[in-house]
Structure formats: structure tokens, C-alpha cells
Design a protein around this ligand. Sequence first.
Ligand code: HEM
Length: 482
Amino acid sequence: MELLYVSLLCLFVFLASLFIHFFYKNKFALSGPLPPGKIGWPVFGETLEFLYTGCKGHPEKFIFDRIAKYSSNVFKTHLLGEQTAVFCGASGNKFLFTNENKLVQVWWPNSVKKVFPSTTQTSTSKEAEAIKLRKMLPNFLKPEALQRYVGIMDHMAQCHFASDWENHDQVFVFPLTKHYTFRIACRLFLSIQDPNYVAKFSEHFDVLASGVISIPLNLPGTPFNRAIKASNFIRKELMKLIKQRKIDLGEGKASPTQDILSYFLLMCDENGKLMNELDIADKILGLLIGGHDTITSACTSIVKYLAELPHIYEGVYQEQMEIAKSKGPSELLNWEDIKKMKYSWNVACEVLRLAPPLQGAFREAISDFIFNGFSIPKGWKIYWSTTSTHKNPEFFPEPEKFDPSRFEGSGPIPYTFVPFGGGPRMCPGLEYARLEILVFMHHIVKRFKWKKIIPHEKIIVNPILIPAKGLPVWLYSHEPDG
Ligand code: HEM
């Protein structure tokens, strides 16, 4: 009897080993090992370190420490409650940007989904809404449409510098610039011009922006909780504006082409249906956030670098004064003038390389796949980061050196300069941002020189890149002879 038991046990062990052998052989033959890296603490993973390095002004440290330790192309970690693979370098960017909706799709952290609930209820509707928005935006943001806004932006920039900068010896660049970009967004997206309304609205956007990428702890007083409240407030205000605009359009008091709000209200989908009001509110909310915080960050960093690098300031000044001198006394800038601002744009690009407003973005694996010999399981989140190429000497020799000539000729190699992302999800606001940044550069150098009051002010990520103290500067007007 005992012999029978031993034989059965041996048979069982033999069959079990065979099963395990074949199961794992097949599994790994198909998939390969997971990327190297560590998962960090339970629940939090490495989120705190990820956010901390950003708050301390070294967002690239999180990436480069792990590239050095694990692998230059991909490592695993755990961010914002999710198993995450971080893709690095030009090959990582290329893989993600060319496999959109094939192997990966856009993914937003849970904190973002809770702050913007309506359009992100399910993965499919989230995707469908984003695609819808992308189809609609080109009509509003394509270069031909943007040409109409050059004069408006120029006029608004003149008013902004006259009221907020002139007659001041010192200013805080970041809050003033935020004012400028938010006013323009309110004017062009919603036709709102009342400064008091814009100021009130803007406060809620600040609260929203600081809580949107945070630990999703919905308790009274947390940044996340305050962001949800701010989002609800803004959406209610937008709903009021939408209802009023519908009435005004019906009564002929508003024009169908006056701004993005009219445009969204009158646009039908492929089934001939108008978009619902909440969707419009959410889309405009997203555009107001994307359309002003990023440009504020870029313009503020431009002011910082021009203060630190007098020879670069001089080049921008010469280019802009040549354009200014070619204009009549009250003649506004036009599209042809913008096209002439080549050196200024190269300078802006070098700023966007060294100080990208957004550090990166997330994707989700929609099926199992292999990248660089490592297995990425379906459902894992993937993060790509601007700094993994922008600050990499392989793609940008002497990466800390400010050198706008990197953008002359054919410029950086593909998939290395990615402040606006790439592929089908590339930022649709690029041309709008370029226009607004160049108009800003034109006016600021035409009027002033400036000096930083805090020589080594820290730059932090919150969640966009900003100066920790708002970049205070001393302002100096040009001598009368220019
Ligand atoms: C300097 C200014 C800006 C920078 C650096 C910037 C950067 C980015 C980046 C990195 C992405 C993510 C791409 C990805 O997921 O791979 C993005 C997406 C987006 N941006 Fe911008 N952006 C800027 C200005 C704007 C402006 C002015 C608008 C609107 C007027 C805008 C609207 C959007 C929208 C709607 C998306 C989502 C696109 C999608 O998911 O398909 N952005 N932007």
C-alpha cells in the first residue's frame, strides 16, 4: 500500500513539474522578463519620491537615477497607485508615439479622473471624447485660424504691459504672465473680457491646477479635495455661460464664429447631434487649463533665461526691434511678422528643452507587448518623460548649455525634442502657444531689460514647471535712443 502511495506521489510531482515547466516556458517564450526596477513602498510605491524630486526642482533626477541603475531604455516603478513602466530615450518616445491606439492609449491618473468626472467615466468614452476633441480643435487652432488672433493678442499684450508692468521698478513675472495668458484664453475661448470676472475665475484654476496631479486623498483641506471643489465651481460657471450663449446665439446677439464656445455649441457630430452641455463645459475647462498654465510656464522661463544670458537677450532684442521699426505707430503685428521671428522661436525652443512646462504624460498598455526585450503586461501604465531626451548628452551635447543654434536647419533628431509630445496625441495647441509666446517676447524685450532679484531661485514642478518664488525681477526701460 505504502509503495502505491509513494508511486502516486511521484507521478503527481512529475506531472506537476511538467505542467509548471511548459506553462512558464510558453509564458516567457511569449513575453520575456519584466523591466528592471523597484516597486517601492506598499500603496504609495515610488510616488512620493517622484513628486518630491519635482518639488525640489530636479524632476530629471527620478528618471536619470533609475536609468543609471537599471537600464537606459525602460524601467519599472509604481506611480500614483499603478504598476508603471517608464520609457526613456528617443526609442522609447518613438515606440509610444507610433503605437498610439495599437499597443497603448492615453491614460490619466485617478486624481485627474476624479477631478474631471463626466468625460472620463469609462475607458472607451474617455478615448472617444478625446478623439472628438482632437477632430474639433484644428478648425480653431490651425495656423489659418490663428492668423485672425494675432492682432487681438498683440492688442491685449499692449494693454497688459501698459497696465501691469510699466511704471513698476520690480514685478513678479509668474503671476503677471499668468494673468496675461489667462486673459487671452478667456477672450479667445469664451469672449470674456471683464477683468473682475477673469480674476475671480483664475483663482479657482490655480487651486485646480495644484491639486490635479496629487495623492488622491479626498479629505477636507487636502490639495486633491480643494481641486475637486474648484473643478465643480468652474464647471457650474461654464454651464451658466453656455446657457446664456445659447440664448444669445438664438437671438442673434452672439456670432457663430466669435470664439470656441460658439463653435462647440453649433458643431454636430457624425450623427448630426449637437454636443451635450456638460461635455462642452468639460472640454472648455480642459482647454483653459492646457491653454494657459503651460504658456505661462514657458514665458516665465524665457524671462528667466533672458535675464541670465545677456547675449541671447541682445539677439532677441535686435530681431524684435527690426520688426517693430518696420511697423507704423499704431499698426498691429500680423502673421508675416510672426514668421520673421525665427531667432526668437529658436530661443523659445531651447527654453522649452531645458525647462519643459510638462514633464511627461501617461499611457496604458492595451495588450501585452515586448519593448526592448522586456515584457509590458496589458493594463500597466507607461510614463514618457521630456527630460529623458532633453537632458541626455547623447541627443543634446552639453545638455545644460543654452544654445539656440540646436534648432537651426533640420534641428534635433526625431523623437528627441518633445515638449509638446509626439504622434497622434501631440499637443494640438502648439501653434497657438507659439503665437502667444512670440507676441509676449516681442513686447517684453521692446519695452524692458530686467535683472533677477533672487539670483538662484529654485524651479519646481507643481505640476507644471514654475519658479518657487514667482520670479521677481527689477525692470529697466530702454534708453530713449533704443
Ligand atoms: C507651451 C505650451 C504647451 C505645452 C508645452 C504643451 C504640452 C503638451 C503635452 C506634453 C501634451 C501631452 C501629449 C501626450 O499625451 O503625449 C499636451 C496635450 C494637449 N494639449 Fe498642450 N501644451 C501647450 C499648450 C497648449 C495649448 C495652448 C492648448 C490649447 C489651446 C493645448 C491643448 C492640449 C490638449 C487638448 C491636449 C490633449 C491632446 C490629446 O490627448 O489628444 N496645449 N500638451
